[in-house]
Design a protein around this ligand. Structure first.
Ligand SMILES: Cc1cc2nc3c(=O)[nH]c(=O)nc-3n(C[C@H](O)[C@H](O)[C@H](O)COP(=O)(O)OP(=O)(O)OC[C@H]3O[C@@H](n4cnc5c(N)ncnc54)[C@H](O)[C@@H]3O)c2cc1C
Length: 398
């Protein structure tokens, strides 16, 4: 594989870099700490939305989508470069669920009417989505879900409960899986729906994380009417489409790139901060830790490039086991990075608002937020199971 970008791709990379460098000067300080701040604080959400409108005006939200749905028909590598630069600048701006997971699934599986209704507003950054998948008794084993959708004329009537729904309180629409045939076992009998979150019967209740932030929600569905035209694919055959959404979120370049930037900041901090009259950067134990992180982030970035290379040359399914590997590599690495940073900062790392707080106190929150990273979108154990079965050809163990 060739790791170099072409001169045209380099020029594009620079254009993205110049844009984000300028725009992020006015980002709220909490913005880079985590996705939690984005969904929790109104001023962070507003910054995210105005950034999204600027990205949309440049055609950068939907670069690899077909032109007729608001995209640019650009090669996948350009979308990848965009996400690499966006991650480095710790910028959001595009809907992590609607634009990154749902849109490619709709392009692959939805009917023409659904594509025309939902893709252009996503490309214009006008509509935000949430993912109504997990339930109190269905997470890793999503096929256990019990939310029911019963056909009634031109509608389905939906009853059930979803949990851990990131950003439901900000979302306009939700993509949902529900059981349409209780006689069928597990993944058979499940259908995939697009749900307007303002439909009567939907109640959203906040779930606060251990850091006190509001990103998650419980979503209760009581006799919610979902039009039949909002079912994606055939009745009882929504499982495949729902699994596709998972494949799209996992080249992980934005997270590796963000980790690269966080590590650069940490190295700078160690050069500038003295303990016992000496810069931290001279302490052999700290140097050892930083060297370890540096090797890991470089290996991770290279791995992420190989995922996209495989997606381009072999297709999404060929790259799926690599993408699963990238998911647990980057989330576990981000945890090690956050824990090491707190370790190096000592008690100061726990100060949130004070002139003594390094990095304006972001690590107090970050330390807690990173714990969930290797659960959201599928846990590390599930990702390792996928590598075992898909890449190594081992038998299923469950
Ligand atoms: C940050 C974050 C964001 C999220 N956002 C959303 C969202 O927007 N929408 C949504 O629907 N859900 C969301 N979730 C929920 C997430 O998808 C689930 O937490 C995840 O699928 C795990 O399910 P669970 O929590 O029920 O744990 P369980 O499935 O009960 O797992 C418990 C433990 O058992 C292990 N385990 C389970 N099965 C196996 C197996 N076969 N082999 C080995 N180990 C196994 C797991 O790895 C885990 O360690 C989010 C979660 C987090 C943390």
């Amino acid at each position: 594989m060739d790791f170099r970008y072409t001169p045209e791709q380099e020029a594009l990379r620079k254009e993205f870099d110049d844009f984000f460098r300028e725009e992020m000067k006015s980002a709220p300080p909490e913005f880079d700490a985590s996705m939690e701040a984005l969904f929790e604080f109104d001023h962070c959400w507003e910054f995210h939305k105005q950034l999204g409108r600027k990205l949309a005006a440049r055609g950068w939200i939907a670069m690899a989508w077909p032109k007729e749905y608001g995209g640019r028909d650009a090669p996948l590598i350009e979308q990848f470069i965009f996400n690499e630069v966006r991650g480095y600048h710790r910028a959001q701006g595009l809907d992590p669920i609607g634009a990154s997971m749902l849109a490619p699934t709709l392009i692959a599986t939805a009917n023409e009417e659904q594509k025309k209704e939902h893709l252009p507003p996503l490309a214009r950054a006008e509509r935000d989505w949430c993912q109504l998948w997990s339930e109190p008794n269905a997470g890793s084993d999503l096929a256990c879900l019990t939310t029911r959708a019963v056909r009634n004329g031109d509608d389905y009537i939906v009853n059930g409960q979803k949990i851990w729904t990131t950003g439901a309180h900000r979302a306009d629409w939700g993509m949902m899986v529900a059981r349409t045939n209780p006689e069928e076992k597990r993944s058979r009998g499940i259908s995939f729906f697009l749900v307007d979150m303002k439909t009567p019967g939907i109640t959203i209740s906040p779930l606060y994380s251990m850091g006190g932030g509001h990103m998650f929600n419980e979503v209760f569905l009581d006799d919610v009417r979902v039009p039949v035209r909002n079912r994606v694919g055939e009745e009882n055959e929504g499982w495949i489409a729902s699994q596709m959404t998972s494949n799209f979120e996992r080249s992980m370049i934005d997270l590796f790139s963000k980790a690269r930037r966080d590590l650069e900041d940490l190295v700078q901090f160690c050069k500038e901060t003295k303990a016992g009259g000496e810069p931290l950067a001279k302490n052999p134990l700290i140097r050892n830790k930083l060297a370890q992180l540096e090797i890991e982030v470089e290996a991770g970035l290279a791995f992420s490039h190989s995922v996209v290379w495989n997606q381009i040359t072999g297709g999404l399914m060929t790259a799926a086991p690599l993408a699963a590997g990238a998911k647990f590599l980057v989330t576990e690495f981000t945890q090690r990075l956050a824990y090491t940073a707190c370790d190096i900062m000592g008690l100061y790392g726990q100060v949130e608002t004070s002139k003594w707080a390094p990095f304006y106190g972001k690590y107090v929150n970050y330390y807690q937020v990173v714990m969930g990273l290797n659960m959201g979108g599928g846990t590390s154990e599930i990702m390792r199971n996928l590598v075992c079965t898909m890449a190594l050809g081992l038998p299923r163990s469950w």
